[in-house]
Write a protein that binds this ligand. Structure first.
Ligand SMILES: Cc1ncc(COP(=O)(O)O)c(C=O)c1O
Length: 423
């Protein structure tokens, strides 16, 4: 029995289903990680692999980037938790505003889910309305309002048990990329507090917005006094230093950031229009709090991440987009050579494969793709030393640490794995 297998047996007795987050589970058992550096990880059995999961997008700069480690180590020498304000927190919110001008004010929190929970509560508190619109297959964290027909690890369940049905009644779920359907609903109701959306869907595979969709959503929400929340937990810093909102030139009322904000540390932020953000306690009536919010280690990681990303931006984003386009093209060609019908989506440094012969533009069309074939691809890639997220309802991510040679190796592994599946 290998070390990962032994650990999996122990884990199943101590941790529900052996994992601390459901997306980490796959059959027969996940590999157990031991260390990582740059774009590589090593498992407990000594195998090395190229990481294309990249902390589900968090590791934009790769594992153990020296700037981030340096800032965090220096901060740890001065303390890890004060629970009174620090200059670092001010710096982070100022840096965030510099990259995301729509985030006139922001608060640091610990996770993406905490950020979206706060954004949704603020939308309700600010407007005095109850309903929240989201798009099917979007994932915004594991809290009741947004765990309805959501993507990522929850894609197998229409709603979570333990979430009272009355909660889901306040969530209106619409198909992504269907502007007419969206307008029909939002223009006919007066009880919608907010719309929360991933500007580019990255939790049901990867699905970019149709031309005009984001602009249409923005226009109507503004007209109807509905708070538009861009959940940029994945796209923030990944699409561009200013996220998807800068990439597409659409300014939301509120934004949530996490993942690449901390480049491997638990740093997240919720921010937006000053008049909305000032509804937060203590001065306002919307409550949000956390012992660890804005803790100095996370704040040091966030400040260093933003400085480093901004410093590299001119060369980093064009390189990632080029590498990602090349990889997607190679995967498309390999699948065509094997006569495997498939659609490959890519944008910025994100890519996903759908085994289907139809277009993929929303959750229904994403679910038509053959998830079983995707699981075989995942296993084939892992055998060849490439780690992508195990599920069809996720996305592969490149990082600053991937060289052209690394991407060539990844492309070859896709070609070999697809070839083996076709024979
Ligand atoms: C778009 C999006 N929003 C929110 C979240 C929740 O973030 P966290 O896992 O940090 O709570 C995720 C997590 O994958 C996400 O992809």
């Amino acid at each position: 029995m290998g070390v990962s297998e032994e650990l999996a047996v122990r884990a199943r007795h101590a941790i529900p289903h052996g994992v601390n987050s459901p997306v980490r589970h796959y059959d027969p058992y996940p590999f157990f990680a031991e260390r990582a550096e740059g774009c590589r990880m090593w498992d407990a059995d000594g195998h090395s692999m190229i990481d294309m999961c990249n902390g589900y997008g968090a590791l934009l700069l790769g594992h153990r980037h020296p700037d981030i480690l340096g800032a965090v180590t220096e901060q740890m020498g001065r303390g890890t938790l004060y629970c009174t304000p620090t200059a670092l927190e001010v710096e982070v919110s100022e840096l965030v505003r510099g990259n995301y001008p729509s985030m006139e004010m922001s608060r640091m929190v610990n996770t993406g889910g905490e950020a979206t929970m706060t954004a949704v509560r603020l939308a309700r508190g600010y407007t005095g309305r109850d309903k929240i619109v989201m798009f099917a297959g979007g994932y915004h964290g594991a809290h009741d309002t947004v765990l309805v027909k959501s993507g990522s690890g929850s894609a197998s369940m229409p709603a979570s048990a333990g979430s009272p049905p009355g909660m889901a009644d306040h969530t209106i779920v619409l198909p992504y990329n269907d502007l007419e359907g969206f307008l029909d609903v939002v223009e006919s109701r007066d009880d919608i507090a907010g719309v929360i959306m991933e500007p580019v869907m990255a939790n049901m595979g990867l699905i970019p917005p149709r031309k005009g969709f984001l602009e249409g959503v923005r226009h109507t929400t503004k007209q109807r006094g509905v708070v538009l929340i861009f959940d940029e937990v994945v796209t923030g810093f990944r699409m561009s230093p200013g996220g998807a909102q800068s990439y597409y030139g659409v300014r939301p009322d509120m934004t949530t950031l996490a993942k690449a904000l901390g480049c491997g540390f638990a740093a997240a932020a919720v921010g937006g229009r000053r008049d909305i953000m000032e509804c937060l306690a203590p001065g306002g009536t919307v409550y949000q709090a956390s012992t660890f919010a804005g803790n100095p280690v996370a704040a040091a990681a966030a400040a260093a991440s933003i400085h480093t990303i901004n410093g590299m931006a001119g060369s980093l984003y064009p390189r990632l987009e080029r590498q990602c386009g090349r990889l997607a093209g190679a995967v498309r060609d390999a699948a065509a050579d094997c006569h495997m019908p498939c659609v490959v989506h890519h944008i910025a440094s994100m890519m996903q494969v759908f085994f289907t012969d139809g277009m993929v533009h929303d959750y229904d069309t994403a679910k038509r793709a053959d998830a079983h074939t995707f699981s075989r691809l995942f296993a084939g890639l892992l055998e060849r030393g490439i780690f992508v997220a195990p599920s069809q309802f996720e996305t592969a991510f490149l990082s600053a640490a991937h060289t052209d040679q690394d991407i060539d190796m990844v492309a070859r592994a896709y070609q070999d794995a697809l070839g083996a599946m076709a024979t």
